[in-house]
Design a protein around this ligand. Structure first.
Ligand SMILES: [Zn+2]
Length: 359
């Protein structure tokens, strides 16, 4: 299959660039086997502007029903472990409600051009089956990070064998692990968890320095030095950015603004591997275009935004593109890029050999 495009946005090895009058060749398995330029007259109008699909690197998908609480309550009372109402809710609510929340989240992500989701699953061993049931319906890459069902009030509590055993089960089933905060675990548990997860080549994700309290309790040092977490989420109050260099840093702009009043803008310029997530579906739809606009309004450079939100596209990868709305075509690249990000909307998707237009 050959798709001819008036303007194609690509991100290769973290470098965004634009190609005019481009051609994408996709083989029978849905893989990209060629990208190049063609003569002006031959592009297909339907595919005016094509961009890679988004990566949403941090999303909680079980708490849709908690929307009214997210808007009115203090952050720790909603999502803080272990007494935030989110945990009570997820452990007591009906399977039907959880399935509805998952389906809603994946459907919004799909329709707004997301190709890969890193999903946090609270009480992961109990809820993973629900996600797997629904995720088959959507042609997206889904990477679940499972949370153990137990945590402590603080790191001073005694070592708990059950927690470590639960993490062991999570990685034995082949999943990555998320800890709500390193402050909710005993230091010896963190060390043990680090060994278990990394010996299986799995990843550890954790929330870090979202609030000033957790930052003052030095959660970043625990996350880096003891837990050796691969993915650090939020980092709102991290000032020494050199500590973040060798990790994947995930910022959730809308959620950080809503819950703690700011997000870390500096990381986009100063840290190598920054990604973006939408956080709780109870707070925000998993729509990456909305995050992109918040980043633009906060004066993040459009090139930095592109390398943080779009999937990297390489030869031999499954084709994962979205057809994007934007009506101006003759501008300089940097102006044009800003306009795509500002006015962008997913008109359709290319998933391997499958092309689906929504409008
Ligand atoms: Zn989170």
């Amino acid at each position: 299959m050959i798709i001819r495009v008036r303007r194609l946005l690509l991100v290769e090895d973290s470098n965004p660039y634009l190609l005019n009058n481009a051609q994408i060749e996709i083989d029978d398995e849905g893989k990209i086997v060629g990208i190049g330029k063609v003569s002006k007259l031959r592009f297909n109008k339907k595919f005016n502007i094509v961009a890679p699909q988004f990566m949403n690197n941090h999303v909680h998908i079980l708490d849709l029903d908690l929307r009214k609480y997210f808007k009115t309550m203090y952050i720790d009372d909603v999502v803080g472990a272990p007494y935030g109402i989110k945990y009570l809710y997820i452990n007591t609510i009906s399977i039907e409600n959880l399935l509805r929340s998952i389906e809603y989240s994946l459907d919004v992500a799909y329709r707004t051009g997301t190709g890969e989701l890193w999903i946090v699953l609270e009480n992961g061993l109990r809820t993973i089956e629900l996600l797997e049931k629904i995720s088959r319906k959507f042609p997206m890459i889904i990477r679940p990070f499972l949370e153990p069902s137990k945590f402590h009030l603080g790191p001073w509590e005694d070592y708990c064998e059950d927690i470590v055993n639960e993490v062991q089960m999570i990685v034995e089933k082949g999943y990555d692990v998320e800890l709500i905060s390193p402050l909710n675990y005993n230091v010896n548990e963190l060390k043990e968890i680090e060994k278990i997860v990394h010996s299986r080549d799995k990843m550890i994700m954790t929330h870090v320095s979202e609030t000033l309290d957790t930052s003052e309790e030095r959660d970043l040092d625990l996350a880096i030095d003891v837990l050796k977490a691969d993915v650090l989420v939020h980092c709102v109050h991290v000032r020494d950015l050199s500590k973040l260099q060798d990790r994947i840093i995930v910022v959730t702009p809308r959620s950080n603004l809503a819950l703690v009043g700011k997000f870390n803008v500096e990381v986009f310029k100063n840290v190598k591997n920054v990604r973006v997530g939408t956080d709780n579906v109870g707070l925000n739809d998993p729509d990456m275009w909305s995050e992109v606009r918040v980043l633009l309004r906060s004066n993040v450079d459009p090139y930095h935004i592109c390398r943080s939100v779009f999937m990297s596209v390489r030869y031999n990868d499954v084709a994962r593109f979205q057809v994007v709305y934007c009506d101006h075509l003759v501008e300089k690249d940097c102006v044009f890029l800003r306009r795509i990000l500002w006015m962008g909307r997913t008109l359709g998707r290319i998933d391997g050999k499958i092309v689906r237009m929504f409008y």
